[in-house]
Design a protein around this ligand. Structure first.
Ligand code: SF4
Length: 312
């Protein structure tokens, strides 16, 4: 979904870079750039799916937006929420209220607080009906609200985390891999919830490995590789076929889907400490030319955007 002309995106991340200060065995300090020039926007009422393999920067983006990066991280670039800069104090103010995270690690639940209390947050009486409805929807038995997190299975804890985000009333929900460990019906119901939230005017960032799942409910899909955005496309481009996509990596992901012949791509994503100059996909790309060794900007193409000099 594109914003209406003149409409400000709810979230606008532009040229985000994240570097960690690290120490080697001899305590020598070095910097590890894990995200470079990453750009995405999320509009009101849309689901933006973010796909890419582990280490591509998906979860780090979520943590950068929420101001949850560790103290040894340095962030540069621009992050705007409703057109205003996301400063650390604003992040703290918005976190859990305007912007809610469904984290990948279920350890984010408070171990000392009963599940029902943490799902309802501060709104203990008014939210009890909504909490019970959410639990019923995600197949969480009524006795679970009185349990502590250590008594939950991984799948149950994940459903509790999604219930918390849904009940928070946030305008932007960042769901980081919300479906692993869930049965197909519950996973589908969760996806339907995100679609309903978006249709009611909320926005959702859905971080996932599962492109097929993402395309079924998302409006747009951003593909990350090596800590940067290589393509942003309408979700329908991923179902229209390889020719509708722009970047060679997106096309490779498409060919690797079981229904498209399951043709995996050889090679690996580059390690953050050993990135090539120029295009990060060079080592795996059959179309590379000397021009690919230069800095490659993200550019607009056919209604989406792509970081490739040869994409047409
Ligand atoms: S810039 Fe070059 S190496 Fe990179 S994806 Fe495009 S063609 Fe391949």
């Amino acid at each position: 979904m594109n914003p209406a002309p003149g409409q400000t995106p709810l979230l606008d991340v532009h040229d985000l870079s994240v570097t960690f200060r690290m120490y080697d065995k001899t305590l020598r300090q070095h910097n590890l750039q894990v995200i470079s020039e990453l750009s995405v926007t999320v509009n009101q009422g849309e689901i933006l799916a973010i796909a890419g393999s582990s280490g591509s920067g998906k979860s780090l983006l979520a943590h950068a937006v929420l101001g949850l990066l560790p103290a040894n991280a340095t962030v540069s670039g621009r992050m705007l929420y409703q057109g205003q800069e996301l400063t650390p104090s604003r992040q703290e103010q918005l976190r859990g209220k305007e912007i809610a995270l469904t984290p990948q690690a279920v350890t984010y639940l408070d171990p000392l607080l009963r599940v029902g209390d943490q799902v309802r947050g501060g709104n203990k009486t008014a939210a009890v009906t909504a909490q019970r409805e959410a639990f019923q929807r995600y197949d969480l038995q009524s006795e679970i609200e009185a349990m502590f997190p250590f008594q939950l299975s991984g799948g149950m804890a994940r459903r509790v985390l999604v219930s918390t985000a849904v009940l928070s009333g946030a305008r932007l929900i960042i769901a980081d891999e919300p479906t692993p460990g869930l049965g197909a019906d519950i996973a589908q119901d969760m996806m339907n919830t995100f679609r309903e939230l978006a249709d009611s005017g909320k926005s959702v960032i859905l971080i996932t490995h599962d492109i097929e799942l993402a395309c079924a409910i998302a409006d747009r899909v951003a593909i990350f590789y090596g800590g940067t955005t290589v393509e942003v496309a309408a979700a329908k481009d991923f179902t229209a076929g390889e020719a509708a996509l722009r970047h060679p990596y997106s096309k490779a992901l498409y060919r690797a889907l079981p229904q498209n012949g399951f043709r995996p791509l050889a090679g690996f994503q580059p390690y953050a400490g050993n990135l090539p100059t120029g295009c990060l996909f060079t080592a795996r790309c059959g179309l590379k030319t000397p021009e690919c060794n230069k800095k490659i900007p993200l550019r607009e193409l056919r209604g989406g955007s792509v970081r490739c000099v040869h994409a047409t």
